[in-house]
Design a protein around this ligand. Structure first.
Ligand code: ATP
Ligand code: MG
Length: 615
Protein backbone atom coordinates (compact mmCIF):
# COMPACT_ATOMS: atom_id res chain seq x y z
CA UNK A 1 0.00 0.00 0.00
CA UNK A 2 0.98 3.59 -0.63
CA UNK A 3 3.13 4.93 2.17
CA UNK A 4 0.94 8.02 2.32
CA UNK A 5 -2.23 6.08 3.03
CA UNK A 6 -2.34 6.53 6.80
CA UNK A 7 -2.24 10.33 6.60
CA UNK A 8 -5.27 10.31 4.33
CA UNK A 9 -7.76 9.13 6.90
CA UNK A 10 -5.78 10.36 9.85
CA UNK A 11 -7.95 12.16 12.35
CA UNK A 12 -11.22 11.45 10.55
CA UNK A 13 -13.92 9.92 12.71
CA UNK A 14 -15.61 6.64 11.82
CA UNK A 15 -18.54 8.15 9.97
CA UNK A 16 -16.27 10.46 8.01
CA UNK A 17 -14.10 7.49 7.07
CA UNK A 18 -17.17 5.55 5.98
CA UNK A 19 -18.08 8.44 3.68
CA UNK A 20 -14.57 8.61 2.22
CA UNK A 21 -14.55 4.87 1.55
CA UNK A 22 -18.14 4.43 0.40
CA UNK A 23 -18.32 2.26 -2.70
CA UNK A 24 -22.00 2.84 -3.30
CA UNK A 25 -22.74 4.41 -6.71
CA UNK A 26 -24.62 7.21 -4.95
CA UNK A 27 -23.65 8.47 -1.51
CA UNK A 28 -25.19 11.34 0.45
CA UNK A 29 -23.65 12.85 3.56
CA UNK A 30 -26.21 14.80 5.55
CA UNK A 31 -24.87 16.73 8.50
CA UNK A 32 -24.87 20.03 10.34
CA UNK A 33 -22.38 22.89 10.08
CA UNK A 34 -18.76 22.28 11.01
CA UNK A 35 -19.07 18.50 11.03
CA UNK A 36 -16.37 18.13 8.41
CA UNK A 37 -18.49 17.51 5.33
CA UNK A 38 -16.24 19.54 3.08
CA UNK A 39 -13.16 18.08 4.72
CA UNK A 40 -14.56 14.63 4.03
CA UNK A 41 -15.30 15.49 0.41
CA UNK A 42 -11.72 16.61 -0.10
CA UNK A 43 -10.39 13.49 1.61
CA UNK A 44 -12.55 11.44 -0.72
CA UNK A 45 -11.08 13.10 -3.80
CA UNK A 46 -7.61 12.35 -2.46
CA UNK A 47 -8.69 8.78 -1.72
CA UNK A 48 -10.02 8.30 -5.25
CA UNK A 49 -6.75 9.48 -6.77
CA UNK A 50 -4.43 7.77 -4.36
CA UNK A 51 -6.17 4.51 -3.50
CA UNK A 52 -8.69 3.86 -6.23
CA UNK A 53 -6.27 5.11 -8.89
CA UNK A 54 -8.95 7.18 -10.58
CA UNK A 55 -7.26 9.61 -13.00
CA UNK A 56 -7.60 13.14 -11.62
CA UNK A 57 -9.08 14.34 -14.91
CA UNK A 58 -12.06 12.04 -14.38
CA UNK A 59 -13.05 13.76 -11.16
CA UNK A 60 -15.25 16.84 -10.93
CA UNK A 61 -16.23 18.67 -7.75
CA UNK A 62 -18.97 21.29 -7.73
CA UNK A 63 -19.14 23.91 -4.99
CA UNK A 64 -21.21 27.04 -4.63
CA UNK A 65 -18.73 29.87 -4.61
CA UNK A 66 -15.47 30.60 -6.38
CA UNK A 67 -13.89 31.15 -3.01
CA UNK A 68 -14.89 27.66 -1.86
CA UNK A 69 -13.52 26.23 -5.09
CA UNK A 70 -10.20 28.00 -4.55
CA UNK A 71 -9.97 26.70 -1.02
CA UNK A 72 -10.70 23.16 -2.09
CA UNK A 73 -7.97 23.32 -4.68
CA UNK A 74 -5.52 24.64 -2.09
CA UNK A 75 -6.37 21.99 0.47
CA UNK A 76 -5.85 19.27 -2.14
CA UNK A 77 -2.48 20.71 -3.10
CA UNK A 78 -1.49 20.77 0.55
CA UNK A 79 -2.56 17.17 0.91
CA UNK A 80 -0.42 16.09 -2.02
CA UNK A 81 2.40 18.23 -0.65
CA UNK A 82 2.50 20.44 -3.68
CA UNK A 83 2.91 17.50 -6.05
CA UNK A 84 -0.06 18.77 -7.99
CA UNK A 85 -1.41 15.23 -8.29
CA UNK A 86 -4.85 16.78 -8.15
CA UNK A 87 -4.07 19.43 -10.76
CA UNK A 88 -6.43 17.93 -13.31
CA UNK A 89 -9.40 17.60 -11.00
CA UNK A 90 -12.13 19.97 -12.18
CA UNK A 91 -13.29 22.11 -9.28
CA UNK A 92 -15.76 24.94 -9.67
CA UNK A 93 -19.26 26.29 -9.43
CA UNK A 94 -22.07 24.84 -11.55
CA UNK A 95 -21.54 27.72 -13.93
CA UNK A 96 -17.80 27.40 -14.30
CA UNK A 97 -17.98 23.63 -14.71
CA UNK A 98 -20.68 23.97 -17.36
CA UNK A 99 -18.69 26.66 -19.13
CA UNK A 100 -15.75 24.36 -19.33
CA UNK A 101 -18.02 21.78 -20.88
CA UNK A 102 -19.34 24.21 -23.47
CA UNK A 103 -16.01 25.62 -24.55
CA UNK A 104 -15.91 29.11 -26.01
CA UNK A 105 -19.15 31.00 -25.53
CA UNK A 106 -20.07 34.61 -24.93
CA UNK A 107 -21.55 35.22 -21.52
CA UNK A 108 -24.18 37.86 -20.94
CA UNK A 109 -23.04 39.52 -17.73
CA UNK A 110 -25.36 41.06 -15.20
CA UNK A 111 -24.82 44.56 -16.54
CA UNK A 112 -25.48 43.65 -20.17
CA UNK A 113 -28.51 41.63 -19.16
CA UNK A 114 -30.00 44.71 -17.51
CA UNK A 115 -29.41 46.76 -20.64
CA UNK A 116 -31.07 44.17 -22.86
CA UNK A 117 -33.94 43.91 -20.40
CA UNK A 118 -34.46 47.67 -20.58
CA UNK A 119 -34.62 47.54 -24.36
CA UNK A 120 -37.10 44.67 -24.36
CA UNK A 121 -39.32 46.33 -21.78
CA UNK A 122 -39.39 49.51 -23.81
CA UNK A 123 -40.13 47.71 -27.05
CA UNK A 124 -42.91 45.66 -25.50
CA UNK A 125 -44.31 48.47 -23.40
CA UNK A 126 -44.17 46.33 -20.28
CA UNK A 127 -44.23 48.11 -16.93
CA UNK A 128 -41.67 46.14 -14.93
CA UNK A 129 -38.26 46.93 -13.52
CA UNK A 130 -35.41 45.39 -15.50
CA UNK A 131 -34.30 43.36 -12.45
CA UNK A 132 -37.79 42.00 -11.91
CA UNK A 133 -38.05 41.12 -15.58
CA UNK A 134 -34.76 39.21 -15.47
CA UNK A 135 -35.73 37.35 -12.34
CA UNK A 136 -39.02 36.29 -13.97
CA UNK A 137 -37.13 35.16 -17.07
CA UNK A 138 -34.79 33.20 -14.84
CA UNK A 139 -37.65 31.56 -12.97
CA UNK A 140 -39.17 30.54 -16.26
CA UNK A 141 -35.91 29.06 -17.51
CA UNK A 142 -35.48 27.20 -14.24
CA UNK A 143 -38.94 25.74 -14.45
CA UNK A 144 -40.13 27.59 -11.37
CA UNK A 145 -43.84 28.26 -11.78
CA UNK A 146 -45.21 31.54 -10.55
CA UNK A 147 -48.90 32.20 -10.73
CA UNK A 148 -50.05 35.31 -12.54
CA UNK A 149 -46.56 36.14 -13.77
CA UNK A 150 -46.58 39.52 -15.50
CA UNK A 151 -43.96 38.20 -17.93
CA UNK A 152 -45.62 37.94 -21.34
CA UNK A 153 -44.63 35.36 -23.93
CA UNK A 154 -43.82 38.06 -26.43
CA UNK A 155 -41.46 39.86 -24.02
CA UNK A 156 -39.76 36.58 -23.18
CA UNK A 157 -39.33 35.78 -26.85
CA UNK A 158 -38.06 39.26 -27.63
CA UNK A 159 -35.42 38.81 -24.94
CA UNK A 160 -34.43 35.42 -26.33
CA UNK A 161 -34.17 36.89 -29.81
CA UNK A 162 -31.79 39.54 -28.55
CA UNK A 163 -29.58 36.87 -26.99
CA UNK A 164 -29.54 35.00 -30.28
CA UNK A 165 -28.80 38.17 -32.23
CA UNK A 166 -25.74 38.92 -30.12
CA UNK A 167 -24.85 35.24 -29.79
CA UNK A 168 -24.65 35.35 -26.01
CA UNK A 169 -25.80 33.03 -23.26
CA UNK A 170 -27.25 34.31 -20.01
CA UNK A 171 -26.44 32.58 -16.71
CA UNK A 172 -29.30 30.13 -16.99
CA UNK A 173 -28.53 29.32 -20.61
CA UNK A 174 -25.07 28.21 -19.56
CA UNK A 175 -26.64 25.46 -17.46
CA UNK A 176 -29.42 24.73 -19.96
CA UNK A 177 -27.00 24.33 -22.87
CA UNK A 178 -24.75 22.08 -20.82
CA UNK A 179 -27.77 19.99 -19.89
CA UNK A 180 -28.83 19.69 -23.51
CA UNK A 181 -25.32 18.66 -24.47
CA UNK A 182 -25.19 15.99 -21.79
CA UNK A 183 -28.61 14.67 -22.69
CA UNK A 184 -27.64 14.32 -26.33
CA UNK A 185 -24.90 12.07 -25.04
CA UNK A 186 -22.48 13.98 -27.23
CA UNK A 187 -18.80 13.72 -26.63
CA UNK A 188 -18.05 16.65 -24.33
CA UNK A 189 -14.80 18.42 -23.79
CA UNK A 190 -14.62 17.04 -20.32
CA UNK A 191 -15.94 13.63 -19.52
CA UNK A 192 -15.67 12.36 -16.03
CA UNK A 193 -16.61 9.36 -13.97
CA UNK A 194 -16.78 10.80 -10.48
CA UNK A 195 -18.93 13.72 -9.48
CA UNK A 196 -18.87 15.27 -6.00
CA UNK A 197 -21.26 18.05 -4.97
CA UNK A 198 -20.83 20.28 -1.92
CA UNK A 199 -23.77 22.27 -0.47
CA UNK A 200 -26.23 19.94 -2.17
CA UNK A 201 -29.13 21.47 -0.21
CA UNK A 202 -28.91 24.54 -2.43
CA UNK A 203 -29.32 22.86 -5.81
CA UNK A 204 -32.36 24.10 -7.68
CA UNK A 205 -34.41 21.85 -10.00
CA UNK A 206 -32.30 22.73 -13.04
CA UNK A 207 -29.06 21.98 -11.23
CA UNK A 208 -30.60 18.75 -9.96
CA UNK A 209 -31.30 17.71 -13.53
CA UNK A 210 -27.71 18.52 -14.41
CA UNK A 211 -26.41 16.35 -11.60
CA UNK A 212 -28.70 13.61 -12.77
CA UNK A 213 -27.52 13.91 -16.34
CA UNK A 214 -23.90 13.95 -15.19
CA UNK A 215 -24.41 10.91 -13.05
CA UNK A 216 -25.95 8.94 -15.93
CA UNK A 217 -22.54 8.85 -17.54
CA UNK A 218 -20.57 8.54 -14.34
CA UNK A 219 -19.67 5.76 -11.95
CA UNK A 220 -20.08 7.52 -8.68
CA UNK A 221 -22.05 10.43 -7.32
CA UNK A 222 -21.22 11.87 -3.91
CA UNK A 223 -23.32 14.69 -2.49
CA UNK A 224 -23.00 16.46 0.84
CA UNK A 225 -25.12 19.08 2.49
CA UNK A 226 -27.25 20.28 5.36
CA UNK A 227 -31.00 20.89 4.98
CA UNK A 228 -30.81 23.45 7.80
CA UNK A 229 -28.44 25.55 5.73
CA UNK A 230 -30.57 25.73 2.61
CA UNK A 231 -30.70 29.46 1.81
CA UNK A 232 -31.60 29.70 -1.86
CA UNK A 233 -35.30 28.92 -1.59
CA UNK A 234 -36.03 32.15 -3.43
CA UNK A 235 -34.41 30.57 -6.47
CA UNK A 236 -36.36 27.38 -6.24
CA UNK A 237 -33.64 25.45 -4.41
CA UNK A 238 -34.44 23.47 -1.33
CA UNK A 239 -33.73 20.58 0.95
CA UNK A 240 -36.32 18.48 -0.87
CA UNK A 241 -33.51 17.61 -3.29
CA UNK A 242 -32.29 15.06 -0.74
CA UNK A 243 -35.68 13.33 -0.80
CA UNK A 244 -35.81 13.53 -4.55
CA UNK A 245 -32.41 11.91 -4.82
CA UNK A 246 -33.50 9.11 -2.49
CA UNK A 247 -36.58 8.51 -4.63
CA UNK A 248 -34.75 8.49 -7.92
CA UNK A 249 -31.75 6.51 -6.73
CA UNK A 250 -32.78 3.57 -4.57
CA UNK A 251 -29.11 2.56 -4.46
CA UNK A 252 -28.40 5.65 -2.36
CA UNK A 253 -26.33 5.22 0.77
CA UNK A 254 -26.80 7.95 3.40
CA UNK A 255 -24.24 8.82 6.07
CA UNK A 256 -24.86 11.17 9.00
CA UNK A 257 -22.22 13.10 10.94
CA UNK A 258 -22.88 14.70 14.29
CA UNK A 259 -19.62 15.92 15.77
CA UNK A 260 -18.94 19.61 15.34
CA UNK A 261 -15.25 20.45 15.15
CA UNK A 262 -15.62 24.10 14.28
CA UNK A 263 -17.28 26.09 17.03
CA UNK A 264 -16.99 26.40 20.79
CA UNK A 265 -19.83 24.92 22.88
CA UNK A 266 -20.89 28.52 23.64
CA UNK A 267 -21.45 29.31 20.00
CA UNK A 268 -23.35 26.09 19.40
CA UNK A 269 -25.57 26.61 22.42
CA UNK A 270 -26.68 29.87 20.85
CA UNK A 271 -27.07 28.58 17.31
CA UNK A 272 -28.92 25.34 18.02
CA UNK A 273 -31.95 26.74 19.89
CA UNK A 274 -32.49 29.16 17.01
CA UNK A 275 -32.65 26.52 14.30
CA UNK A 276 -34.76 24.32 16.59
CA UNK A 277 -37.60 26.73 15.89
CA UNK A 278 -37.70 25.35 12.37
CA UNK A 279 -38.27 21.87 13.81
CA UNK A 280 -40.95 22.37 16.43
CA UNK A 281 -38.34 23.00 19.07
CA UNK A 282 -36.13 20.02 18.39
CA UNK A 283 -32.45 20.84 17.83
CA UNK A 284 -30.38 18.98 15.27
CA UNK A 285 -28.01 16.51 16.87
CA UNK A 286 -24.63 18.23 17.06
CA UNK A 287 -22.01 17.85 19.76
CA UNK A 288 -19.18 20.31 20.26
CA UNK A 289 -15.65 18.91 20.09
CA UNK A 290 -13.86 22.13 20.88
CA UNK A 291 -13.04 23.25 24.41
CA UNK A 292 -15.09 25.97 26.07
CA UNK A 293 -14.49 29.54 24.94
CA UNK A 294 -15.86 33.04 25.42
CA UNK A 295 -19.54 33.83 25.73
CA UNK A 296 -21.34 35.02 22.64
CA UNK A 297 -21.70 38.81 22.74
CA UNK A 298 -24.73 40.86 21.90
CA UNK A 299 -23.96 44.50 21.23
CA UNK A 300 -26.55 47.21 20.86
CA UNK A 301 -25.60 50.29 18.89
CA UNK A 302 -27.42 53.56 18.35
CA UNK A 303 -27.38 53.28 14.59
CA UNK A 304 -25.54 51.63 11.73
CA UNK A 305 -22.72 54.12 11.79
CA UNK A 306 -22.01 53.40 15.44
CA UNK A 307 -22.24 49.71 14.76
CA UNK A 308 -19.66 49.99 11.99
CA UNK A 309 -17.38 52.17 14.08
CA UNK A 310 -17.63 49.76 17.02
CA UNK A 311 -16.61 46.88 14.76
CA UNK A 312 -13.65 48.76 13.34
CA UNK A 313 -12.42 49.79 16.81
CA UNK A 314 -12.91 46.30 18.18
CA UNK A 315 -10.98 44.76 15.31
CA UNK A 316 -8.06 47.04 15.97
CA UNK A 317 -8.23 46.17 19.64
CA UNK A 318 -8.25 42.43 18.87
CA UNK A 319 -5.35 42.70 16.49
CA UNK A 320 -3.60 44.86 19.02
CA UNK A 321 -2.71 47.66 16.71
CA UNK A 322 -4.19 50.57 18.62
CA UNK A 323 -3.88 52.27 21.95
CA UNK A 324 -6.25 50.37 24.24
CA UNK A 325 -7.43 53.36 26.18
CA UNK A 326 -8.21 55.33 23.09
CA UNK A 327 -10.27 52.57 21.56
CA UNK A 328 -12.14 51.95 24.79
CA UNK A 329 -13.08 55.53 25.20
CA UNK A 330 -14.36 55.67 21.65
CA UNK A 331 -16.11 52.40 21.13
CA UNK A 332 -16.68 51.18 24.65
CA UNK A 333 -15.38 47.69 23.98
CA UNK A 334 -14.64 45.93 27.25
CA UNK A 335 -14.69 42.32 26.27
CA UNK A 336 -11.64 40.26 26.93
CA UNK A 337 -10.07 38.27 24.17
CA UNK A 338 -8.74 34.78 24.41
CA UNK A 339 -5.78 35.50 22.17
CA UNK A 340 -4.46 38.13 19.79
CA UNK A 341 -5.97 37.83 16.33
CA UNK A 342 -4.73 38.56 12.83
CA UNK A 343 -6.92 40.53 10.44
CA UNK A 344 -7.51 37.41 8.36
CA UNK A 345 -8.98 35.65 11.41
CA UNK A 346 -11.90 38.04 11.38
CA UNK A 347 -15.05 38.20 9.27
CA UNK A 348 -17.80 40.80 9.23
CA UNK A 349 -21.04 39.36 7.88
CA UNK A 350 -24.27 41.08 6.90
CA UNK A 351 -27.63 40.30 5.31
CA UNK A 352 -27.59 42.70 2.36
CA UNK A 353 -24.86 44.15 0.15
CA UNK A 354 -26.02 47.63 1.03
CA UNK A 355 -24.79 47.24 4.60
CA UNK A 356 -21.18 46.98 3.40
CA UNK A 357 -20.88 50.67 2.55
CA UNK A 358 -20.61 52.07 6.06
CA UNK A 359 -18.42 49.18 7.13
CA UNK A 360 -16.01 49.86 4.30
CA UNK A 361 -15.86 53.48 5.29
CA UNK A 362 -15.17 52.82 8.96
CA UNK A 363 -12.62 50.08 8.29
CA UNK A 364 -10.78 52.40 5.93
CA UNK A 365 -10.74 55.18 8.49
CA UNK A 366 -9.27 52.82 11.05
CA UNK A 367 -6.69 51.66 8.52
CA UNK A 368 -7.90 48.07 8.53
CA UNK A 369 -7.17 46.06 5.39
CA UNK A 370 -10.17 44.16 4.11
CA UNK A 371 -11.38 42.12 1.17
CA UNK A 372 -14.98 42.21 0.15
CA UNK A 373 -16.72 39.33 -1.56
CA UNK A 374 -19.99 39.79 -3.27
CA UNK A 375 -22.05 40.98 -6.12
CA UNK A 376 -20.81 44.32 -7.30
CA UNK A 377 -23.53 46.66 -8.43
CA UNK A 378 -21.08 49.19 -9.77
CA UNK A 379 -20.29 46.76 -12.59
CA UNK A 380 -23.62 47.84 -14.08
CA UNK A 381 -22.59 51.47 -14.34
CA UNK A 382 -22.26 52.67 -17.93
CA UNK A 383 -18.59 53.66 -17.80
CA UNK A 384 -17.64 50.34 -16.25
CA UNK A 385 -19.73 48.34 -18.71
CA UNK A 386 -18.02 50.22 -21.50
CA UNK A 387 -14.54 49.76 -20.07
CA UNK A 388 -14.99 46.08 -19.35
CA UNK A 389 -16.65 45.80 -22.76
CA UNK A 390 -13.51 47.15 -24.39
CA UNK A 391 -11.36 44.42 -22.89
CA UNK A 392 -13.92 41.71 -23.52
CA UNK A 393 -14.08 42.66 -27.17
CA UNK A 394 -10.31 42.78 -27.29
CA UNK A 395 -10.12 39.17 -26.09
CA UNK A 396 -13.04 37.96 -28.16
CA UNK A 397 -13.97 39.82 -31.32
CA UNK A 398 -17.22 37.87 -31.52
CA UNK A 399 -18.51 39.72 -28.48
CA UNK A 400 -20.37 42.48 -30.29
CA UNK A 401 -22.47 43.47 -27.33
CA UNK A 402 -19.25 44.45 -25.58
CA UNK A 403 -18.06 46.42 -28.59
CA UNK A 404 -21.38 48.23 -28.63
CA UNK A 405 -21.19 49.02 -24.91
CA UNK A 406 -17.69 50.42 -25.26
CA UNK A 407 -18.57 52.61 -28.24
CA UNK A 408 -21.68 54.07 -26.66
CA UNK A 409 -20.63 54.34 -23.03
CA UNK A 410 -16.98 55.34 -23.24
CA UNK A 411 -16.27 56.56 -26.77
CA UNK A 412 -19.38 58.70 -26.98
CA UNK A 413 -20.83 57.32 -30.21
CA UNK A 414 -24.58 57.59 -30.65
CA UNK A 415 -26.59 54.38 -30.61
CA UNK A 416 -27.10 54.60 -34.34
CA UNK A 417 -23.41 55.14 -35.06
CA UNK A 418 -22.46 52.29 -32.75
CA UNK A 419 -24.94 49.99 -34.46
CA UNK A 420 -23.44 50.80 -37.83
CA UNK A 421 -19.97 49.99 -36.60
CA UNK A 422 -21.01 46.72 -34.94
CA UNK A 423 -23.04 45.68 -37.99
CA UNK A 424 -20.16 46.31 -40.31
CA UNK A 425 -17.82 44.47 -38.02
CA UNK A 426 -20.17 41.52 -37.73
CA UNK A 427 -20.47 41.22 -41.51
CA UNK A 428 -16.89 41.89 -42.57
CA UNK A 429 -14.71 41.52 -39.50
CA UNK A 430 -13.35 45.04 -39.97
CA UNK A 431 -14.28 48.53 -38.92
CA UNK A 432 -15.93 50.95 -41.36
CA UNK A 433 -13.68 53.53 -43.03
CA UNK A 434 -15.76 56.64 -42.70
CA UNK A 435 -14.55 60.13 -43.59
CA UNK A 436 -14.69 61.86 -41.32
CA UNK A 437 -15.00 59.10 -38.74
CA UNK A 438 -17.52 59.74 -35.97
CA UNK A 439 -15.94 61.54 -33.04
CA UNK A 440 -14.67 58.90 -30.64
CA UNK A 441 -14.09 56.29 -33.32
CA UNK A 442 -10.55 57.40 -33.96
CA UNK A 443 -9.80 57.25 -30.29
CA UNK A 444 -11.30 53.78 -30.10
CA UNK A 445 -9.21 52.53 -33.00
CA UNK A 446 -5.97 53.83 -31.58
CA UNK A 447 -6.70 52.33 -28.16
CA UNK A 448 -7.76 49.09 -29.79
CA UNK A 449 -4.44 48.87 -31.57
CA UNK A 450 -2.41 49.88 -28.56
CA UNK A 451 -4.06 47.43 -26.18
CA UNK A 452 -4.25 44.52 -28.63
CA UNK A 453 -0.51 44.33 -28.40
CA UNK A 454 -0.29 44.10 -24.67
CA UNK A 455 -3.54 42.41 -23.63
CA UNK A 456 -1.90 39.03 -23.30
CA UNK A 457 1.37 40.26 -21.89
CA UNK A 458 0.41 42.50 -19.01
CA UNK A 459 -1.44 41.99 -15.79
CA UNK A 460 -5.05 43.17 -15.64
CA UNK A 461 -4.13 45.81 -13.07
CA UNK A 462 -1.48 47.33 -15.36
CA UNK A 463 -3.85 47.27 -18.31
CA UNK A 464 -6.64 48.97 -16.41
CA UNK A 465 -4.34 51.61 -15.01
CA UNK A 466 -3.14 52.44 -18.50
CA UNK A 467 -6.74 52.45 -19.72
CA UNK A 468 -7.74 54.85 -16.96
CA UNK A 469 -4.96 57.23 -18.01
CA UNK A 470 -5.67 57.00 -21.73
CA UNK A 471 -9.39 57.56 -21.41
CA UNK A 472 -9.13 60.25 -18.78
CA UNK A 473 -11.16 58.15 -16.35
CA UNK A 474 -8.44 57.93 -13.72
CA UNK A 475 -10.50 59.81 -11.15
CA UNK A 476 -13.61 57.70 -11.56
CA UNK A 477 -14.34 55.93 -8.23
CA UNK A 478 -15.98 52.97 -9.95
CA UNK A 479 -12.96 52.40 -12.14
CA UNK A 480 -10.87 52.55 -9.00
CA UNK A 481 -13.00 49.73 -7.56
CA UNK A 482 -12.59 47.75 -10.75
CA UNK A 483 -8.82 48.06 -10.42
CA UNK A 484 -9.11 46.86 -6.82
CA UNK A 485 -10.78 43.69 -8.10
CA UNK A 486 -8.12 43.17 -10.77
CA UNK A 487 -5.29 42.86 -8.25
CA UNK A 488 -6.42 39.29 -7.56
CA UNK A 489 -5.75 38.17 -11.15
CA UNK A 490 -2.58 37.49 -13.06
CA UNK A 491 -4.19 37.29 -16.50
CA UNK A 492 -6.90 39.12 -18.36
CA UNK A 493 -9.03 36.16 -19.44
CA UNK A 494 -9.80 34.73 -15.98
CA UNK A 495 -10.38 38.24 -14.69
CA UNK A 496 -12.95 38.96 -17.38
CA UNK A 497 -14.62 35.63 -16.85
CA UNK A 498 -14.93 36.27 -13.12
CA UNK A 499 -16.48 39.64 -13.85
CA UNK A 500 -18.91 38.14 -16.33
CA UNK A 501 -20.05 35.60 -13.75
CA UNK A 502 -19.82 38.18 -10.99
CA UNK A 503 -23.54 38.77 -10.90
CA UNK A 504 -24.05 35.10 -10.28
CA UNK A 505 -21.19 34.35 -7.99
CA UNK A 506 -18.68 36.19 -5.96
CA UNK A 507 -16.05 38.67 -7.02
CA UNK A 508 -13.35 39.57 -4.59
CA UNK A 509 -12.41 43.19 -4.10
CA UNK A 510 -9.49 44.55 -2.17
CA UNK A 511 -9.72 47.69 -0.07
CA UNK A 512 -7.01 49.26 -2.14
CA UNK A 513 -4.93 48.77 -5.24
CA UNK A 514 -3.02 46.01 -3.65
CA UNK A 515 -3.46 42.48 -2.62
CA UNK A 516 -3.45 41.97 1.16
CA UNK A 517 -2.60 38.52 2.40
CA UNK A 518 -3.79 39.51 5.86
CA UNK A 519 -7.18 41.18 5.63
CA UNK A 520 -10.58 41.15 7.29
CA UNK A 521 -13.28 39.44 5.19
CA UNK A 522 -16.51 41.28 4.43
CA UNK A 523 -19.30 39.14 3.03
CA UNK A 524 -23.01 38.63 2.95
CA UNK A 525 -24.46 35.68 4.81
CA UNK A 526 -25.03 34.01 1.45
CA UNK A 527 -21.44 34.62 0.44
CA UNK A 528 -20.04 33.23 3.70
CA UNK A 529 -21.57 29.82 3.25
CA UNK A 530 -19.13 26.98 3.88
CA UNK A 531 -16.43 29.27 5.31
CA UNK A 532 -15.15 29.57 8.88
CA UNK A 533 -13.34 32.27 10.87
CA UNK A 534 -12.05 32.43 14.45
CA UNK A 535 -13.99 35.69 14.95
CA UNK A 536 -17.32 36.61 13.38
CA UNK A 537 -19.12 39.93 13.68
CA UNK A 538 -22.70 39.45 12.52
CA UNK A 539 -24.18 42.89 11.98
CA UNK A 540 -27.61 44.29 11.48
CA UNK A 541 -29.43 41.71 13.60
CA UNK A 542 -32.38 44.05 13.71
CA UNK A 543 -36.00 44.25 12.60
CA UNK A 544 -36.47 44.64 8.89
CA UNK A 545 -32.95 43.51 8.03
CA UNK A 546 -32.77 40.04 9.59
CA UNK A 547 -35.32 38.63 8.92
CA UNK A 548 -35.13 40.72 5.79
CA UNK A 549 -38.36 42.50 5.00
CA UNK A 550 -39.28 43.83 1.59
CA UNK A 551 -42.23 46.22 1.63
CA UNK A 552 -44.22 44.23 -0.89
CA UNK A 553 -43.44 40.69 0.12
CA UNK A 554 -43.83 38.48 3.15
CA UNK A 555 -40.39 37.22 4.20
CA UNK A 556 -39.83 33.49 4.43
CA UNK A 557 -39.17 33.26 8.13
CA UNK A 558 -37.70 29.75 8.16
CA UNK A 559 -35.29 30.61 5.38
CA UNK A 560 -34.21 33.82 7.10
CA UNK A 561 -33.68 31.79 10.26
CA UNK A 562 -31.50 29.35 8.36
CA UNK A 563 -29.47 32.33 7.10
CA UNK A 564 -28.98 33.56 10.65
CA UNK A 565 -27.96 30.03 11.62
CA UNK A 566 -25.47 29.86 8.74
CA UNK A 567 -24.01 33.17 9.91
CA UNK A 568 -23.61 32.16 13.55
CA UNK A 569 -22.09 28.79 12.72
CA UNK A 570 -19.25 30.39 10.72
CA UNK A 571 -17.61 31.38 14.03
CA UNK A 572 -14.97 29.19 15.61
CA UNK A 573 -14.03 31.06 18.79
CA UNK A 574 -15.82 34.38 19.07
CA UNK A 575 -19.22 35.45 17.87
CA UNK A 576 -20.40 39.03 18.22
CA UNK A 577 -23.99 39.82 17.24
CA UNK A 578 -24.80 43.47 16.68
CA UNK A 579 -28.08 45.27 16.54
CA UNK A 580 -28.27 48.92 15.47
CA UNK A 581 -31.89 49.66 16.29
CA UNK A 582 -34.82 47.47 17.30
CA UNK A 583 -33.38 44.00 17.88
CA UNK A 584 -34.42 41.20 15.55
CA UNK A 585 -37.08 38.78 16.72
CA UNK A 586 -34.47 36.05 16.24
CA UNK A 587 -32.64 37.42 19.26
CA UNK A 588 -35.57 36.35 21.41
CA UNK A 589 -34.79 32.81 20.33
CA UNK A 590 -31.31 32.94 21.86
CA UNK A 591 -30.86 31.69 25.42
CA UNK A 592 -30.24 34.92 27.37
CA UNK A 593 -28.02 33.21 29.95
CA UNK A 594 -25.57 32.31 27.16
CA UNK A 595 -25.07 35.92 26.09
CA UNK A 596 -22.95 38.75 27.35
CA UNK A 597 -24.64 42.11 26.77
CA UNK A 598 -22.90 45.27 25.74
CA UNK A 599 -23.77 48.71 24.54
CA UNK A 600 -21.64 50.36 21.88
CA UNK A 601 -20.44 53.67 23.20
CA UNK A 602 -22.51 56.61 21.97
CA UNK A 603 -20.58 58.39 19.32
CA UNK A 604 -21.57 62.00 19.68
CA UNK A 605 -20.70 64.01 16.64
CA UNK A 606 -18.03 66.39 17.81
CA UNK A 607 -17.94 69.75 16.10
CA UNK A 608 -14.26 69.29 15.44
CA UNK A 609 -11.65 66.66 16.13
CA UNK A 610 -9.43 64.40 14.14
CA UNK A 611 -11.74 61.42 13.90
CA UNK A 612 -14.60 63.30 12.35
CA UNK A 613 -12.42 65.30 10.03
CA UNK A 614 -11.58 62.06 8.31
CA UNK A 615 -15.13 61.88 7.00
P1 ATP B 1 -20.38 23.66 6.67
O1 ATP B 1 -21.72 22.97 6.80
O2 ATP B 1 -20.38 24.95 7.36
O3 ATP B 1 -19.93 23.72 5.25
P2 ATP B 1 -18.64 21.38 7.03
O4 ATP B 1 -19.46 20.25 7.53
O5 ATP B 1 -18.32 21.37 5.60
O6 ATP B 1 -19.32 22.74 7.47
P3 ATP B 1 -15.78 21.57 7.38
O7 ATP B 1 -15.60 22.95 6.89
O8 ATP B 1 -15.40 20.46 6.48
O9 ATP B 1 -17.30 21.40 7.88
O10 ATP B 1 -15.03 21.37 8.75
C1 ATP B 1 -15.17 22.28 9.82
C2 ATP B 1 -13.90 22.35 10.62
O11 ATP B 1 -13.74 21.16 11.39
C3 ATP B 1 -12.67 22.48 9.76
O12 ATP B 1 -11.77 23.36 10.38
C4 ATP B 1 -12.11 21.07 9.74
O13 ATP B 1 -10.73 21.04 9.53
C5 ATP B 1 -12.48 20.57 11.13
N1 ATP B 1 -12.65 19.09 11.19
C6 ATP B 1 -13.50 18.35 10.47
N2 ATP B 1 -13.40 17.05 10.79
C7 ATP B 1 -12.46 16.96 11.74
C8 ATP B 1 -11.88 15.87 12.48
N3 ATP B 1 -12.27 14.61 12.31
N4 ATP B 1 -10.92 16.18 13.39
C9 ATP B 1 -10.52 17.45 13.58
N5 ATP B 1 -11.01 18.51 12.91
C10 ATP B 1 -11.96 18.28 12.00
MG1 MG C 1 -18.72 22.72 4.05
Amino acid sequence: KDAKAPSLLFGLNDQQQAAVNSTSPVTAVIAGPGTGKTKTLIARIAHLIQEEKVPASRITAVTFTNKAAQEMRQRLDVHFQGRRAAKNVTIGTFHSVCLELLGDVNILGDADALTLAHQVLQECGLKLSARKFLSLVSQRKNGVCTEHSPLTDSAYEAYEEKLAQYQVLDYDDILLCALALLRQGKETRTSFTHLLVDEFQDTNPLQFQLINAFSQQSKSLFVIGDPDQSIYGFRGAGAQCFERLAQERPDLETIYLSENYRSTPQILSCALPVIANNHEGVSPHLTAQRPAGAKVSFVRAGDEFQEALFIAKEINRMVGGIDMLDSQSLAGGKREFSRPMAFCDIAVLYRTHRQAQLLEKCLSIEGIPYVLTGREDFLCEPLIRGSVGFFRFLMNSGDLLSLYACLTEVMGLSQKQAEEVTDKFKKTGSFPQQTPPPAGMEKFLSLYEKFSQKANREKPQKLLEAWAQDTGLAEDPSLEKLINISVFYKELAPFLRALALGGEGDVHRSAARRYFSDAVSLATLHGAKGLEFPVVFLCGVKRGVLPFQLPDRESDLSEERRLFYVGMTRAQEELILLSPGTPSLFLDELPAQELSFEQAREWKEPSSGKQLSLF
